[in-house]
Each structure stands twice: as C-alpha cells, then as structure tokens.
Design a protein around this ligand. Structure first.
Ligand code: C2E
Ligand code: MG
Ligand code: MG
Ligand code: MG
Length: 292
C-alpha cells in the first residue's frame, strides 16, 4: 500500500505539472482600453498558391501588445469583445490597419489580398458595408482585394440581417470566406445561398491528414464541394513537410496556409520573409527540401 501511495502521488504530480496554467481572459474595461489606446497590433500570415507556391495574400491576426503582460493572443480577448459590443470598434481598428498596410505593400510593389476575421456580431450593424467601402476608398484598395473571414460555427445562428449584410458585401465585390470549415454546422443551403468565394478547411482536417484516412476523407469532400460551388479552397494548419507534401501530391486545395510556410508576423517582417520564400518555394515546388 505504501508503494501504491507513492506511485499515485507521482502520477498526480505529473498530471499537475502537465496541466498548463489557466490563461487569463481579459475583461471589457481592459479590452476597451487596449482598443482605444492603440495597443492592438496586426500580425500577418501568408497564404500561398498550391500550384505555384506564390504568395496570393495574407490573413491579418490581431495581437495585443500589453504593456505589462507582453504579447497577448486573440483567445484571451476576442470573446470578451464579442460579448460586450466592443467587437465593433475592434474590427474597425483591425480593418483600418490592414487596409493601410495593404496599400503600403502595394506601393512597395507587393500586390497582396488581405483577409480580416470578422465576428457575426459585426453583421448586426447595418452601416458595416458602407463603413468598409469608406475605409477601402480612403486606403485606395480595390474591394475584391479585401477578404472577410467568418467562422462556420458563427454562421449557424444567423439572424436575417446577417445574411442580408453578407449579401450586400458580396454585391460590393468584397471577397467572402468561410473559416474553420468542418467545425460548425452551417447548412448546405446557406453555402448555396450566400455566394462565399472561399472555403477554409479547418486545421483539424489538414494537419496530420496523411496519417488519418478519416481526416483525409473529410478534407477531400470539403475541397470537392468548394470546387463544385465555384469557391477557392484553402487548407489551414499546414504545419510540417508531411502536410505540405501530402496536399501537393494529391493536388488537394488551391491555397495553403500554416506554420510550415510561415508563422504570423508583424508587417515589418514581411519583406524579408518574401525574399526567403522566393528561394524556398522554388525548391519546394521542385520537390527539393520537402522533408526539411
Ligand atoms: P483563425 O482565423 O482560424 O486563424 C488561424 C489560427 O491558427 C491563428 O491563431 C494562427 O496563428 C493559427 N495558425 C496558423 N497556422 C497554424 C499552423 O500551422 N498550426 C497551428 N496549430 N496553428 C496555426 P490566432 O492568431 O491565435 O487566432 C485565433 C483565432 O482568433 C482566429 O482563428 C480567429 O478566429 C480569431 N481572430 C484573430 N484575429 C481576429 C480579429 O482581428 N478579429 C476577430 N473577430 N477574430 C480574430
Ligand atoms: Mg481566419
Ligand atoms: Mg481558421
Ligand atoms: Mg479559428
């Protein structure tokens, strides 16, 4: 029994050590302060063509440069913003920064589309489409260059106004993307009725697909459906050479995104990364260095 006790204690301490400390979730006052004091920073993660390896665009992912806590990730403040209507201001700040940056890159000779994640709550504001058009006009970015990503799980409980606003955004030729596909349950009818331009298959079906027949089946079915509906397909979560090779060899999906290609980075890092990628992509597309 003493020995058993010792084993149990060892196992228990192992469990305790292995459990990550609970992440702090920030409250509305802190998030409001961050938004209105310019503490939010846009990071950017490239999306590349699976045909040529060329960079087709970037997705902006918000970070909070907290004066004391350091770099804070969206899972620690987006939900708070969504629950307190601060999401309107947050989205506006992220959008303005992203479109300014998009224009800046174009002036530097980089023609990139820029994707912004929006929340379903943003689609309660009837002036949202006009606001976007204004920001894009000020930044002199053409509307098709702006991609709005909305997660599939938020689409299911769709108030009529949200569908209406999505349709109005499409009529303005803004590109619409359905994010984390496979994790929510949007209806096939919604997919048909709202003319989404892009479908992003959730990382959960992409990373490790070469080792999992069931993941592969869902990945393939999603990509086929996207193609049939005239949508571009994006594989998220391309984390390593295995994922990359698998997608390329089976000619699955049009666009790839993930840590294997690049981690999200500040705008200032993009030019150097692009130069490195130019060399790396030639090797990767030729099948050289695929296992590195
Ligand atoms: P998302 O839009 O699906 O973005 C993909 C997330 O996966 C990002 O996490 C990205 O850094 C991460 N990621 C990218 N490649 C890989 C990979 O190869 N492997 C793994 N394991 N992860 C990868 P992040 O930046 O922490 O953002 C999390 C979520 O927060 C986003 O998911 C998006 O739903 C939300 N979010 C981010 N920025 C904004 C924003 O400005 N507004 C709103 N409303 N939501 C945002
Ligand atoms: Mg996204
Ligand atoms: Mg996603
Ligand atoms: Mg996500």
């Amino acid at each position: 029994p003493e020995q058993l006790q010792r084993i149990l204690e060892q196992q228990l301490s192992f469990v305790v050590r292995e459990t990550a400390p609970a992440k702090k979730v920030y409250g509305p006052d802190e998030v409001r302060h961050a938004i209105h004091n310019g503490e939010l920073v846009n990071y950017y993660q490239p999306k590349v063509s699976s045909r040529t390896g060329e960079v087709v665009g970037v997705e902006t992912l918000v970070r909070w440069q907290h004066p004391v806590d350091g770099l804070v990730f969206p899972d620690q403040f987006i939900t708070t913003a969504e629950q307190s209507r601060l999401i309107d201001d947050l989205t506006r700040v992220v959008l303005i920064n992203a479109l300014k940056q998009c224009r800046g890159w174009r002036d530097d000779g980089l023609d990139l589309s820029v994707a912004v994640n929006i929340s379903m709550n943003n689609l309660n504001s009837l002036d949202f489409p006009d606001f976007i058009v204004d920001v894009a006009r000020t930044a002199a970015v053409e509307l098709p260059k702006l991609v709005l990503e909305i997660t599939e799980s938020q689409l299911m409980n769709n108030p009529v106004t949200a569908l209406d606003i999505l349709t109005r955004l499409r009529l303005k030729h803004i590109t619409l993307s359905i994010d984390d596909f496979g994790t929510g349950h949007s209806s096939l009818r919604q997919l048909r009725d709202i003319a989404f331009n892009e479908l992003k298959v959730d990382a959960g079906f992409v990373h490790g697909a070469s080792q999992s027949p069931s993941q592969r089946a869902i990945l393939r079915a999603s990509v086929d459906m996207a193609r049939g509906l005239g949508m571009q397909s994006v594989a998220e979560g391309v984390e390593n050479a295995d994922d990359w090779n698998f997608l390329l060899d089976l000619d699955l999906c049009d666009i790839m995104q993930g840590y294997f290609i690049a981690r999200p980075m500040p705008a200032s890092a993009m030019k150097d990364w692009m130069q490195e990628w130019e060399m790396r992509r030639h090797d990767l597309m030729a099948g050289i260095g695929r296992n590195g």
